[in-house]
Design a protein around this ligand. Structure first.
Ligand code: LHQ
Length: 261
């Protein structure tokens, strides 16, 4: 599929989606929201792809919604519908993708860009990156899932502070707060991300995907229900090739060759 606002590469089981509007710090217009959603969908359908990396071209990850695009639409524009038909589809696509998504956060992630960064599963940030709930600077409420995701990661006190101050939170602080998994020197970001994505691309993809489903399900339920759901998913994982192969490899004292199924 040909894309114009993103770069898409699939190699050795890893798809890399690069937001590619660097002159606007990778601000999202409708086309980029649609193409990013389509690239995640394509990654979900392709059995060869077992891990997805999301990053940005240039000095930013994403500055969020393209504000010039919003202005150009004038007064009849419905932000609610824009969210429902755009960002919501993208975020749902990411959450439902049963393969690990690594966010390679190369620079600032602001507004909806912060929401999209938080919807990745493993977040590795350059030491030059930062996170900003820019919404209040333009008189808006946080969106793109940030009200749900951020308080769960860093607690409501810090999340609300981020929302009302719109302060830039540097990568090191984001790490200390539990928002991200690692901070690495900017020049080494993609090398470190490759060291994470390569084993994911040869790992037990079915188990990784069901784990994502189990943890997302567990946010919205009680312990007894979570226990039952774990048993249901483990029944599926327990019938997989990779479970049999993993046990055999352990007993034979060799490394496992997973097929991802
Ligand atoms: C941009 C943008 C941008 C357009 C930089 N748009 N051009 C959802 C639904 C509907 C409506 C509204 O919103 C939402 C959700 C949201 O995402 S709301 C939040 C939207 N984002 C923001 O408010 C962030 C706006 N950007 C900034 O505050 C700064 O650009 C940051 C702090 C990200 C970076 O600052 P600097 O490093 O100083 O860069 P810069 O401001 O000089 O930007 C570089 C260029 O990128 C510049 O263009 P120019 O032609 O002057 O070189 C900016 O206009 C353009 N740009 N963000 N979101």
């Amino acid at each position: 599929m040909g894309y114009e606002t993103i770069l898409f590469k699939a190699e050795n089981g890893v798809a890399t989606i690069t937001l590619n509007r660097p002159e606007k710090l990778n601000a999202f217009n409708d086309q980029m929201i649609g193409e990013t959603t389509a690239a995640f969908k394509q990654s979900g359908r392709d059995k060869e792809i077992r891990c997805v990396v999301l990053t940005g071209n240039g000095r930013a990850f994403s500055s969020g919604q393209d504000l010039a695009d919003v202005m150009a639409r004038g007064g009849t524009f419905s932000i609610g519908d824009h969210l429902r038909h755009g960002y919501h589809k993208l975020i749902k696509q990411m959450i439902r993708l049963e393969k690990p998504i690594i966010g390679a956060i190369n620079g600032i992630a602001a507004g909806a860009g912060c929401g999209i960064a938080l919807a990745t599963d493993i977040r590795i940030a350059a030491d030059s990156a930062s996170f900003m709930l820019a919404f209040s600077k333009v008189g808006l409420v946080p969106d793109s899932g940030t009200n749900w995701l951020l308080p769960r990661l860093i607690g409501q006190a810090r999340a609300y502070e981020m929302a009302v101050t719109a302060d830039k939170i540097p990568a090191e602080k984001a790490l200390a707060w539990g928002m991200i998994n690692r901070v690495v020197p900017a020049a080494q970001l993609m090398e470190v991300v490759a060291a994470w994505s390569e084993p994911f691309a040869t790992g037990p993809t079915l188990a990784y995907g069901l784990t994502k489903r189990a943890m997302n399900h567990a946010w919205n339920t009680d312990l007894f229900d979570a226990l039952e759901y774990e048993a249901y998913l483990q029944e599926i994982a327990g019938r997989s090739h990779d479970n049999k192969e993993g046990i055999a490899a352990f007993l034979e004292k060799r490394s496992a060759t997973f097929k991802g199924e």
